[in-house]
Structures are given as structure tokens and as C-alpha cells.
Write a protein that binds this ligand. Structure first.
Ligand SMILES: Cc1ncc(COP(=O)(O)O)c(C=O)c1O
Length: 305
């Protein structure tokens, strides 16, 4: 990431950062912003409320469909190239090249949401796109996955030309992110504590992920698990015929809070039945028991259908 201090702005979470960048783009005349489908439906609301038309673009096993993006007439795109949220796919090398070409040709802006890059387990690190085109890509990082979402601490690394407007938008939003937390975070960083914390948590999350995979292979052998090389959740695809909503309801009766993929689908196109299982907060001894309950919920939902 090309991140000299003159282009960094601290925000109260990525959520605020996205709104601020959208307002900045609108001020520059942007009309349409593309976003990955599936993605967080709140992002679509943030984009729309800033006055941009949100344009969902399909994600397949290589990441966002850049050919569709090129046809969309969008002025900007927001994407999660290192670990797509929520499918977990990585933007392929070919698509990265095509995306950069599209950005240059159409003079568009990309927001690279790098929300969980710090948690990578058995895959080589994926370089940030921003370093390849720093005047066209906004890099967005957050402490929400590495430390805690309650901290509300995130950062944007901006193209220089947008810096003045983004600073003004941030000031109008809240006069600046809480400074006491920023000083504490800076101290944590400079003492090397964040690195130590990440090294420790990587081992711990990887162990939880491995237990989750073992339990899924045992309890739900018909499932295909995706997106597990990084991040803090697994995407579990079930054979056709399963009903995501019925599984969610049955799981809730068993005190399991899982998310159906349909919560994230922005257009009407239905994909294979898929559930999302987060493992960041589940202690190791509870993972096998939890997956047994998930399997029971899948079976109960199938019987009801
Ligand atoms: C795709 C994605 N981007 C960014 C974030 C972080 O948002 P925030 O910094 O507002 O907590 C999350 C959630 O943690 C997320 O799922």
C-alpha cells in the first residue's frame, strides 16, 4: 500500500469511511457505484443515501465479473479482492489485471475493502491492489476484525486528488474520530503489540477453523466448504433442495446463530443453498457440539420441506 501520511484519513469504522468516500465521489460528479453481489446489503443503502445509484455485479469463483463491470457504466466500484465478503473467493490474477485496465480506461475509482487480510492461514499473502494504482484506488482497512468492532477505528488511504474533499466530508460528519482511542492504538502499534496479537490470534483462529472443517466433514459430509484460506468465517454450500431460511430457523431453535447467503444476495438470482458459519468467537471445545447442532438443523429443515 502506498500510504504516506498525507493520504491517510482515520474514520469511525469502515462503515463511516464508505459513506464519506461516496459523498466525496458525488461531489466530483459520480453517478453510479458498482458493488459485489453478494455483499452486505447495508453497503447498498449507504451508497444510495449518498446519492449514487448502486449497481450490483455478480461474483463468481474468480471474484467480481470485471466484464460486467465494464458494461455497467459505473463511475466507481467497491470490492473485497483479497477475500470476498461473504463468499471468500480471491480476485484472480487475470481479473486484477482487467480491473486495473478498466479503472485506467474509464477513469473510475475503486474502493479496496481489505477488512480481514490480516487473517490468512494457508495461502500466500495477496498484495493490495492499491499499490498498483494509488491515484485510482482507495485502500480501506479496519481494526474491527483484528481487535474489536466496538473500537470503531478504521483508515482510508486516498488518491491525492480526493484528499481535500474527503477531509472536509469527515470533518462535517463528526469533526474527527475519537483521539484517545487513536493514541492508544498508535501506542499499541509502535510497541509491536499489534503484530504480536495478530501472530497469536492467527494460530488460535486457524485451530478453530481446522476444528470447524473436521466437524463439518464428519457431521455434514454432503456439504462443500468454501472461502476458508482466510478470514473468520466459512461458506458452507449444501446440495440442491435445501432451504436456507428453514435451516436458519431450525438453527435458531437450537441456539445457533448462522446466516443464510440470501441475506447477502442483492439481486433476485438464487444460487446454491449456502450458510455462513463464523468461528471467531466460538471456543474450541464448543465447535464440534455446535456443528452437530447445525447438522441437526439441516436435517430437521429437510424433513419439514
Ligand atoms: C466486508 C466488510 N468490510 C468492512 C467491515 C468492517 O466494518 P467496520 O470497520 O465499520 O466495523 C466488515 C465487518 O466487520 C465487513 O464485513
Amino acid at each position: 500500500v502506498v500510504a504516506d501520511p498525507g493520504r491517510v484519513i482515520v474514520t469511525s469504522g469502515f462503515t463511516q469511511g464508505l459513506g464519506i468516500v461516496c459523498h466525496t465521489l458525488v461531489a466530483g460528479g459520480a453517478k453510479r457505484m458498482a458493488l459485489e453481489d453478494p455483499w452486505d446489503p447495508d453497503a447498498r443503502l449507504i451508497i444510495a443515501r449518498a446519492g449514487l445509484e448502486p449497481v450490483p455485479i455478480e461474483v463468481d469463483e474468480d471474484g467480481i465479473r470485471v466484464d460486467e463491470l465494464a458494461r455497467s457504466n459505473a463511475d466507481a466500484v467497491i470490492l473485497t479482492p483479497a477475500h470476498q465478503h461473504p463468499t471468500g473467493v480471491v480476485l484472480s490474477g487475470e481479473r486484477r489485471t482487467a480491473l486495473l485496465a478498466w479503472l485506467r480506461e474509464s477513469e473510475a475509482i475503486a474502493i479496496e475493502d481489505d477488512y480481514d487480510a490480516e487473517y490468512r492461514y494457508d495461502r500466500a499473502a495477496v498484495g493490495a491492489l492499491q499499490g498498483l494504482e494509488p491515484e485510482r484506488i482507495v485502500y480501506a482497512g479496519t481494526a474491527s476484525k483484528t481487535l474489536a468492532p466496538a473500537l470503531r477505528l478504521a483508515w482510508l488511504v486516498m488518491p491525492r486528488a480526493l484528499m481535500d474533499t474527503v477531509r472536509q466530508e469527515k470533518s462535517l460528519a463528526d469533526r474527527g474520530t475519537a483521539r484517545i482511542e487513536q493514541y492508544a492504538f498508535a501506542d499499541f502499534l509502535t510497541r509491536g503489540e499489534l503484530d504480536r496479537h495478530l501472530r497469536r490470534m492467527r494460530v488460535s483462529y486457524r485451530a478453530r477453523r481446522d476444528l470447524l472443517l473436521e466437524a463439518l466433514a464428519r457431521e455434514l459430509p454432503e456439504a462443500t466448504v468454501h472461502g476458508i484460506a482466510a478470514g473468520l468465517h466459512a461458506t458452507v454450500e449444501l446440495p440442491p433442495g435445501h432451504d436456507e431460511r428453514a435451516i436458519e430457523a431450525e438453527a435458531r431453535r437450537r441456539r445457533i446463530d448462522l446466516e443464510p447467503m440470501s441475506d447477502y444476495r442483492l439481486s433476485d438470482t438464487a444460487g446454491p443453498p449456502t450458510i455462513l458459519l463464523g468461528y471467531a468467537q466460538i471456543p474450541e471445545p464448543s465447535i464440534g457440539v455446535g456443528v452437530r447442532e447445525v447438522a441437526a438443523a439441516v436435517e430437521a429443515a429437510r424433513r419439514v420441506a
